[in-house]
Design a protein around this ligand. Sequence first.
Ligand SMILES: Cc1ncc(COP(=O)(O)O)c(C=O)c1O
Length: 499
Amino acid sequence: MKDDQQFKTPLFDAMVSLAESRKVSFHTPGHKSGKGITTRFRKFVGPKIFSIDLTTLDEIDSLQHPKGVIKASQSLAAKAYGADRSFFLVNGTTGGNHAMILSVCPPETSVLIARNAHRSIIAGLLFSGAHPVFFSPETCPDLKMQLNVSFEGTKAAIDAHPEARVLILTSPNYYGITADLPEIVAYAHEKGKIVLVDEAHGPHLHFHPALPGSAMSANADIAVQSTHKIIGGMTQASMLHAKAERIDMATLSSVLKMTQSTSPSYILMASLDLARMQMATEGKKLLKKAIRLAGDAREKINKIPGFFCFGEETLSLQKTGNWGLDVTKLTINVEQLGLTGFQVSQILNKAYQVQVEMADPFHVLVIVSIGDRQEDLDQLVQSLIEISKQHFGHLRGKARAASFVLPPFPEKTTMGPRTAFYQNKVFVDLKTAVKNTASQIVTVYPPGIPILVPGEVITREIIQYLENMILIGATVDGLDDDGKIAIVREPEYGSSASH
Ligand SMILES: Cc1ncc(COP(=O)(O)O)c(C=O)c1O
């Protein structure tokens, strides 16, 4: 049953009414409702957007001390998402991940982390000074990708580390594959752990029964979602949802006050207010269409020679865990074309004006959302048909495929991430870095999963993987402009890294 309250948009309404009152402004922002904006900018976007680019004022409340319309909007979000408190975020899920970690992971505590974490999780640990204990997601050799963590794998990690007070998961992963959150959260709680979920790719899950359940419905303690990635938030607009049972809301609020801007964008916050209203009142209908469009495209893509786009049935065949799939994500395997995902992504962009979310060595990833139309999916499918006609049968890249599989993360560390980050560092060629201690986060982007975390001893397999990824055009983040890698110059603690 729909909750009529969810049609309300208290923040947006207050912003519109303030903008229409045309009060004379002697406050920030300096463009004064657009009067000081360059003509080119105003001509392109129109004048109205500037009239709601506002700042903290009585009429429109304060994100730092919400007492009025922002408080009301955040309460509506909490209700819609099944949380006790929801917080608007203006620095994406990156900022939310930092805040959730800082609020529950004091320095020196152990934190269990599924290694498919985004770099913002590692950065949060670096800020907090907590110690990561990583465990691996399951991989699927057939699909040539990571699935997510399994219940058994997570249980084993929890049992092996009774000292860890927090468990951090990423669900769904970039490809839309979710972990078995209800089982995992229940077990973690039984063992006294707080569960934090990076749900950047799941702000829509709560609103359609054909999608995997959300982290809040699985009773996770905190979940952070990129409202901007999948539903109607403007870029950078995210939300953090929390349950009160294990989370100290006063600490969480004060961390958010310290980490968020004191000049948050009202345009971003209004987009959160409206996106929540849209999902709560018509999300099911809108998502039904997105699910249908994606399902129809998946079926057509699977008939094109050279492409394979897995669905729920493929995942249910995997014996290692109880995976869920956000079926609005289309992960298209391109291996049989003899091209890499990066190459297909470039061909789609340059020759067919189709831009995908990301590519990896084997796949391109397509996000289908409430903003897509039938003709958009038709253009994608038609482009893939053309690409297949030109490339299927060549199998150029197949022999090299094995070298692109993600290597195991290093088992040896010489010091914690924060200590390693602040050591004297030196930049060296990739090859000579083997057996040294990493001093920066190194990721292959996208999806931004850390290949190396500061403090870890660099392995030969990792260097080989990085070199291969650079060769095929992936972006490796964490190297300098000459492609050199930062290592700890003089490892401390009698490290094994001192060759
Ligand atoms: C799993 C995951 N977490 C967090 C982030 C960061 O989110 P945001 O871009 O909203 O800061 C990303 C971005 O791609 C992500 O994939």
